[in-house]
Write a protein that binds this ligand. Structure first.
Ligand SMILES: Nc1ncnc2c1ncn2[C@@H]1O[C@H](COP(=O)(O)OP(=O)(O)OP(=O)(O)O)[C@@H](O)[C@H]1O
Ligand SMILES: [Mg+2]
Length: 497
């Protein structure tokens, strides 16, 4: 290393009510270096990035760029210091267009006059850098989380910053988009930009990063060039223990519990037909925009359907149901925990019990038994190792991965006949992921039928008893686990039947 580091963090600490998120963290980043930052859910990664991005203020420590101490009291201060930030949870204004969102802090134009044509043109250009064909005039509420993530990345790149922070940029990206992002990161590196890269996909970290820093409980526990780091050691440093394997044992599928026939919606869903059985985990595999999330939205009545039939096993018989009452009998873990999964402003206690409220409502009088709720919440917190100060912690103060565990916990408790899960382990660390996989397996062993959309092929392969491949709104194949093969899945999903 010659001369001064591009960025230096010295002895950074940050305390929140109930947790010491960072203690005495010191990290340096050099020009043209990609630094991986890994750690379990709640380890303090986003907190550290939020300090650097000017989103929160640190309690102690200093930040230096080119050897000079700087003060980062707001996101615009970070921007001026040459730091761009790709947030873990892209937050777009739903009623603004993609272009408006991209330039929301800095509209092109003069004297308060917005140059709309220029804005749309610039937006399209920025989107092009991430290979996105999204129309800049689309309203943000009409796009999925993968596209939101691409917009967030495109926006950060447009700042031409000297330091780019990526907080789990690939958690909702498809294989192709991920590869494109890696190309971008390599070219940032070549141009001397310093990159901090956070991910729970440790293989990505080992692939793209030069060096890696491991945080555990807010402290740096390891720093190493990736060439001297193995996957096993990385996991051990993160979790403080080794990871047990959770390969699922063979289950026998039972009776049909859900039958979907010719479900159609415009050209988004075309004659989708499939069945789910008791004791079965079925993977739904498809690229972004293949109709994966759209299928869930249609089944649960969030989007209207043009035609189709749904039957569910009720009282031992298959009976027709409408999307409107699907959710009264089934669970749904959405891909976007921010919008539909969590009551962010409420504590964990009601969040965990929301799906099974009847268990904690004392009948007749209809008051909610808070002590009972707290007990349930504590149980769920313990069984999923949810890191929070207690059942009264507000959901929005939990780290991303821990929020995801809360959402799962609430359904795991109710054990519905069918659960739809859209990317259930998005943003979850390797330890918690193994735990969630185990719990999903347990639910299936107890009879629940689970349909899981995932874009992670390892997850698909390790969880599913059967895989449905969806492409362009159509189920192109239905294969059992023993016939699932990585390459054929890719080909099917790309539509090369
Ligand atoms: N605004 C807040 N109020 C209270 N506690 C908070 C707040 N923000 C973060 N925390 C706590 O700080 C700790 C670190 O959280 P952080 O979001 O930095 O974790 P992370 O490493 O990014 O985890 P993940 O992998 O799940 O995203 C957690 O215990 C979290 O609950
Ligand atoms: Mg985080």
């Amino acid at each position: 290393m010659s001369g001064k580091a591009l960025l230096e963090l010295r002895h950074i600490s940050k305390h929140f009510a109930g947790s010491q998120a960072l203690s005495d963290v010191s990290i340096e980043l050099n020009q043209g270096e990609v630094l991986g930052l890994v750690g379990a859910n709640g380890a303090g990664k986003s907190t550290l990035m939020n300090v650097l991005g000017g989103v929160i203020t640190k309690d102690a420590g200093s930040i230096l760029i080119d050897g000079h101490e700087i003060s980062l009291t707001s996101p615009s201060a970070a921007d001026r210091a040459g730091i761009a930030f790709v947030h873990q949870e892209p937050a777009l204004f739903s009623m603004l267009t993609v272009a408006e969102n991209m330039f929301v802090t800095d509209y092109p134009g003069k004297w308060g006059w917005i140059d709309r044509a220029r804005m749309v043109e610039a937006c399209a250009r920025h989107l092009h850098t991430v290979d996105s064909q999204l129309d800049p005039n689309t309203l943000a509420r009409d796009i999925g989380i993968g596209d939101s993530q691409l917009i967030e990345i495109a926006r950060a790149l447009s700042q031409q910053a000297r330091i780019v922070l990526f907080d789990e940029p690939t958690s909702s990206l498809t294989v192709h988009e991920k590869e494109r992002l890696f190309e971008i990161i390599r070219s940032l590196k070549n141009s001397g930009t310093g990159v901090i890269y956070i991910s729970h996909f440790l293989d990505e970290v080992l692939d793209i990063c030069d060096r890696v820093v491991v945080l555990r409980n807010g402290k740096v526990v390891a720093k190493s060039p990736v060439s001297e780091m193995s996957m096993a050691r990385l996991v051990e440093e993160m979790l403080g223990r080794q990871l047990e394997s959770t390969r699922q044992s063979g289950r026998r599928a039972g009776d049909v519990v859900l039958q979907v026939e010719s479900l159609s919606r415009g050209n988004v869903l075309r004659n989708v037909s499939f069945t789910l059985h008791e004791n079965e985990v079925v993977g739904l595999w498809g690229l972004l925009g293949s109709g994966r999330s759209e299928l869930f939205r249609a089944l649960t009545g969030l989007d209207p359907i043009d035609r189709g039939h749904i039957r569910m096993r009720i009282g031992g018989e298959l009976r027709p149901i409408t999307p409107g009452n699907f959710l009264s009998r089934a669970g749904y873990v959405t891909e976007n925990r921010r919008d539909d999964g969590l009551f962010a402003k409420m504590s964990l206690r009601p969040n965990v019990t929301a799906a099974s409220l009847w268990n904690v409502i004392r009948s007749r009088l209809r008051f909610i038994d808070q002590a009972g709720e707290r007990h349930v919440a504590e149980e769920v917190m313990q069984s999923l190792a949810i890191k929070a100060s207690g059942p009264e912690a507000l959901a929005e103060t939990l780290s991303g991965g821990n929020q995801q565990k809360v959402i799962l916990g609430k359904w795991l408790q109710r054990q519905p006949t069918v659960i739809l899960m859209d990317e259930p382990t998005r943003g979850v660390d390797v330890g918690a992921k193994a735990e969630i996989h185990r719990l999903i397996g347990e639910l299936a062993d107890q009879g629940t039928s689970i349909l899981i959309a995932t874009s992670e092929i390892e997850e698909l392969m390790s969880l599913s008893d059967r895989v449905l491949v969806i492409s362009r709104g159509h189920i192109v194949t239905d294969i059992t686990r023993d016939r699932v093969e990585q390459e054929s899945l890719m080909r099917f999903a790309m539509g090369e039947a």
